[in-house]
Design a binder for this molecule. Structure first.
Ligand code: NAD
Length: 278
């Protein structure tokens, strides 16, 4: 890899790679090998979650990598069934054991679960972990503006980032603008559209062909130019290398307009106000 992912500085001064490797749906037994390939390809941000059941594989690959701990940024997320102050702390401890690290880089609340109304209490537990030095940064995932507003009104620390579904057919303009005005980074999940047609869209294919790049590369570059942090997933080492190689070309204004026209408001995943699965 010639150009390693650039970093962006979060609202607490901590640097975060602009592009990382997501491990959703990678079977536990295959995760260590996939993360090893990703680290070899140059990824330095690994995005896992308690709910993915593959933190152990992430930890094993990192331990074997020979890289310094401070050169790797690990994100994990609190599973839905563990909302609440004490339950969140217990779940955090279990993650740390599986990951095999003393200090985590970023801990997120995976979903807000507003129907249970515990995300404010849960956020206070994350604030405690930060104060105790057990995690370097804390953030949220799948939070809508109303949930962020409640955290702002009732708690002390602004999330470093909000990881949300975001791709060309669902660019989240309003939420991104809110994040920008409140110092919260936008991290995109499903950035390539989860294999549901976005990479085959004729407009995306046109931009890619014009530039001699792959559809995935131009989509990831679109994210970077919007200011998003992206965490594409692949188990193919070749695609891993392709996806991380997006830092030495640019989309011009016309390309960005082509992408803007793809917004059809199509969510691929559940609405955060409805999702309540453990
Ligand atoms: P994604 O948009 O990254 O799509 C992944 C799929 O795209 C792969 O399985 C593969 O089929 C295809 N792909 C990857 N690279 C390609 C390439 N170069 N060319 C062609 N096809 C390619 O979807 P995702 O995995 O759902 O999202 C990325 C990461 O975001 C996850 O792994 C996970 O870490 C995170 N995530 C978080 C949440 C959340 O609720 N916070 C939800 C879903 C995913």
């Amino acid at each position: 890899m010639t150009n390693p992912p650039a970093t962006v500085t979060m609202n607490n001064g901590v640097p975060l790679p602009r592009l990382g490797f997501g491990v959703f749906l990678i079977p536990p037994a295959e995760t260590a090998a996939a993360v090893t390939s990703a680290l070899e390809a140059g990824y330095r941000l690994i995005d896992t979650a308690q709910g993915y059941r593959n933190e152990q594989g992430v930890g094993d690959a990192i331990a074997r990598s020979g890289l310094s701990r401070e050169d790797i940024f690990i994100t994990t997320k609190l599973v839905n069934g563990q909302h609440g102050h004490d339950r969140a702390l217990e779940a955090f401890d279990a993650s740390m054991q599986r990951l095999g690290v003393d200090v985590l880089d970023l801990f997120l609340i995976h979903w807000p679960l507003p129907m249970f109304d515990k995300y404010v209490e849960t956020w206070r537990a994350l604030e405690g972990l930060l104060a105790d030095g057990r995690v370097r940064s804390i953030g949220v995932s799948n939070f809508e503006i109303e949930h962020l507003e409640r955290l702002a009104a009732e708690t002390d620390i602004t999330p470093a980032l909000n990881q949300v579904e975001l791709h060309p057919e669902f660019p989240q303009d309003e939420l991104r603008a809110y994040h920008e005005s409140h110092g919260i980074l936008t991290e995109a999940w499903g950035p390539l559209g989860q294999n549901k047609g976005i990479l085959e869209h004729p407009s995306v294919v046109d931009v890619a062909e014009k530039k001699g790049l792959s559809p995935a590369q131009v989509v990831l570059r679109w994210h970077i130019q919007l200011g998003n942090v992206v965490i594409p997933k692949s188990v193919s080492p070749e695609r891993m290398r392709e996806n991380v190689d997006v830092f030495d070309f640019e989309l011009d204004d016309a390309d960005m307009e082509t992408f803007a026209a793809l917004d059809v408001g199509r969510r691929l995943g559940p609405h955060p106000n409805e999702f309540d699965l453990g």
